[in-house]
Design a protein around this ligand. Structure first.
Ligand code: ADP
Length: 317
């Protein structure tokens, strides 16, 4: 089984320790790399599933280091295009004492915004994607793309699914990346119609659609013909709707939540890796919870390779 994840990887600056009250932004910063689909790609690869990461990078030292990191994770970088004179976007994390996080971005000119835009590169990329069993993308992938490129991607996904490929999608709603909430709704709904496995976070769905209760989220998404709908709700049980079957899977308590950055992304990785390795949706949710439990015990989106154990049980409170 081989999966390709499409999206953007950025330079990440994360505080090394929680800033004291009144000292916001003054903590020492650790520099790393992250981005929602990149995070998922890394953790899927750490579960032993073959992954290709698809993005555009520049020709600067940071882009070079991203390629090195992906290579160190065993991720295929052959579909990554480089644009001369460009460099990746940047974001900073601020944490609250209870581990919640706030992000500030500098990503307006990132090369990843040109995904699927150039006709020649697009044909080469399509040939690469046709070799995959599963494609993974998010609302962020769609938000940063040009409208024409998005339409091309949509047509390609229809063809890809007709040929037997599966599409996994997380709406990951970030209001500032969209022109309007109406735009975001229209695009997300369109791409949900070419999705097999939707891995949504209820908080994002509430922000995007104004849901009061989770049933509204389930109702709306049941029209899309999904084979699997998974709804993450932080420490609350994960909901599964799968071919008429429903389940709630408890989230194990985590001893110390340090930073929830990458929680949803790493959950998706644990879920997709398990699904691609033949586990049931319920078993795959447990795998997603185990993966996320490790990641939220560390600062930043990507925890050190040596500390990560695929399938590890979380340390209970
Ligand atoms: P997102 O990062 O997209 O906001 P969530 O906050 O819903 O996603 O979290 C995704 C997953 O991370 C949850 O399903 C759970 O497995 C894990 N998780 C998040 N917060 C906690 C927490 N406080 N305690 C235990 N697990 C958590």
């Amino acid at each position: 089984m081989k999966l390709a994840a499409l999206g953007e990887v950025m330079v990440e600056l994360a505080p090394q320790a929680a800033a004291q009250a009144g000292e916001q932004g003054k903590a020492l910063l650790r520099q790393s790399y992250a981005g929602d689909t990149y995070n998922t790609a890394v953790y899927i690869a750490r579960h032993g599933v073959s992954v290709s990461y698809v993005t555009l990078l520049g020709d600067d030292p940071y882009s070079e280091e991203v390629l090195t990191r992906l290579g160190d994770e065993g991720i295929d970088t052959s579909a990554i295009a480089r644009l001369s004179g460009r460099c990746p976007g940047l974001y900073m994390i601020q944490n609250t004492p209870d581990g919640e996080r706030y992000f500030t971005y500098w990503r307006g000119e990132a090369p990843a915004r040109e995904l699927f835009a150039d006709p020649q590169r697009r044909e080469v990329l399509k040939a690469h994607l046709r070799q995959m069993d599963c494609l993974y993308l998010s609302g962020i992938t769609l938000a940063i793309m040009a409208a024409d490129a998005r339409a091309e991607l949509l047509d390609f996904l229809k063809e890809y699914r007709a040929a037997g490929g599966r599409v996994a999608f997380d709406s990951n709603y970030r209001p500032r990346l969209w022109r309007s909430v109406g735009d975001a709704r229209e695009v997300v709904a369109t791409f949900m119609s070419v999705t097999d496995m939707a891995l949504l976070t209820f908080e994002d769905e509430q922000a995007l659609w104004g849901d009061d209760v989770v049933d509204q989220c389930v109702q709306r998404n049941s029209d899309h013909g999904l084979s699997e709908l998974v709804i993450k709700r932080g420490a609350e049980p994960v909901l599964l709707h799968c071919e008429g079957q429903q389940a709630e899977v408890d989230v194990p308590a985590v001893a110390q939540v340090v930073d929830t950055t990458g929680a949803g992304d790493s959950f998706n990785a644990g879920y997709l890796a398990a699904r691609l390795q033949g586990a049931s949706p319920v078993e795959s949710i447990a795998s997603g919870n185990r993966c996320a439990a490790q990641v939220i015990g560390y600062r930043g989106a990507i925890i050190p390779q040596a500390e990560f154990v695929a399938g590890a049980q979380p340390v209970a409170c």
